[in-house]
Design a protein. Sequence first.
Length: 631
Amino acid sequence: MSIVADLIDSAQDYAQRGWQVVILHGQLDGICSCVKREDCPSPAKHPRLAEWQNRATCDAKTIEKWFSDWPQSNVGVRLGPASGIIDVEFDDAEGEATAGRLLGDIETPTFASTRSVHRLFQFPEGLSIPTAVVKAQGLELRFGTDERGAQSVFPPSVHASGLPYRWLDDWSPDDVGLAPFPESLAQLIGSPGNGSGSLELVMGSDSDDLASHPGGVAGQRNTKLCELIGRFLKCNGPTADLLPLAFAWARRCEPPYPDGEVLQTVGDLIAKESAKGIQASKAKPAFPMRTLAQVSMKPTEFGFGNRLAFGHVNVFAGDGDVGKTTLACDIASRLSQGICLPGDTKVLSCGTFFITAEDGGNTIRSRIEAMGGDLNRIHVPDEGHAFDSFRQDIAKLRVSLSDNPDVRLVIFDTLPDFVGENVDDHKNAGVRQALRSLIRLAEDYNIAALGICHFNKGDGKPGSRLLGSVAYRNLPRSVVYVLHNPDAPEGRIVWHEKSNLSAKAEPLAFSLAGADGKPPAIQWQPGHVYVDDISTFLNANPKRKPNKVGQAKDWLAGYLPPGASKASDELLAAGKQAGHGRTHLYDAAKDLCIEKDRQVGLWANPKSKTLKDSDFGLSQPPPCEGTFIVE
């Protein structure tokens, strides 16, 4: 099903629930579809239509025409009494803590964007609030009113970053209904307008700019005009359309704001901004830059057949109990003994720091000892001195690396355990910031920083399998997956999922072997592995339980076999009876490449779909000497 069809279906589903739909500008290559393009202050978040509050609708035909006419769009829902929804949003540690304390695990529709989490509640009858949006203790309570609208971007819209908004598992509108507005939040914001405490009242919404703001009221016009002009100057500078926009805004005020005062305000603010720029240019030097000719070139050193890049961050990822830590121990052991790593022709010899949140020093020693490693070249944190987080302990680690120049490999098991307690493991910005110090450490000491990561419970594409933020895959220069071999109980595959600095290495195979109560050791199979279909190995964990989408895929694949078609109403009803929500069925249909004919209301499963190796980022060379095939 196409993205546009998915948007239309979702928007019409919201409309059937009585939620008024708003069509929003979308993004194209990270740039807003509005006329401001890369200069837009709210990319892919603000309404396409003027007077959007009056044009929000539940009419299915209008919604279909909107998204057919403007395919590069996002779905918004009008909040407040019109739709009966309050959106409680948070995007930082303070908000997360407040939400955890006041909202707990209340079952209500919840979705996530790139940075924030949105929890939806019923708009209580008779609720009286002075403004559309209220901020308190890290929460942004988006109420919306009949007079002053507010809207939120809803799934499956696409954020300006390119990532989709998504309903959290088991908390989509198909899974749970809107919970009543919690008394804890009512007590938090207190009596609106009482001027007490830390309550911050914020007039406006995502579309609150000079072009779209509906105008101020007597006593607030000058303050609001200064705010809107300041925002405009920050984003656009003193362009020719500033004054006409300011005059148009003034005429929307009640009563209209005098043109003379508008002219005076615009002139004063432009002068102030210009003065700031002159003072800043005199007081502060330019940011220091250098030419590329002045940059010293340092070739990247690789080990483990291009799978381990020295001077950079690397990741080994896989399901639990697949042997990720055992593989890391095998590499550390071989490096300590000066034994060639699989895939290498050059011998590397160095020491290792092994920093783990899951195993103690005794466990690591027993594994290394079973592999014959040199115990004097592999280090663990001293007893009673745990490595806490990159932010707190990276400086101490620098000192330890300076004192131990033999160490070239530093292993973090698991990597997410060390980003810090106050960092949301699923938020890209926080994880990237936490890992930045590790990236610099690896570069400064030319070490291979190796992080162990777990897979999530989903069944998505290879690049989306790591648990937590996408930063765990995007920041490392090399990512290796350790996967079960479905044809051998103790068999494993090493698959080079990502490589920014070299060609991807060919897959390898090993088995885990242990006897007489000793820790498992790795037995490498000779040569490379020819992988025909990587998805076979990605989903081969015998302990993996399918998630809601995976369960819907299993049901849908049986209900709609290749070559079959069903009326959409009949299919959705059967799916619901089988315990599968509408959202999960749509996601399952997308993964199974099931086609939907909207005009006749049919879902159809094509007779066949050939999966090429290019679907998985693999080449398909013919088997050669030293190569064996895994079917």
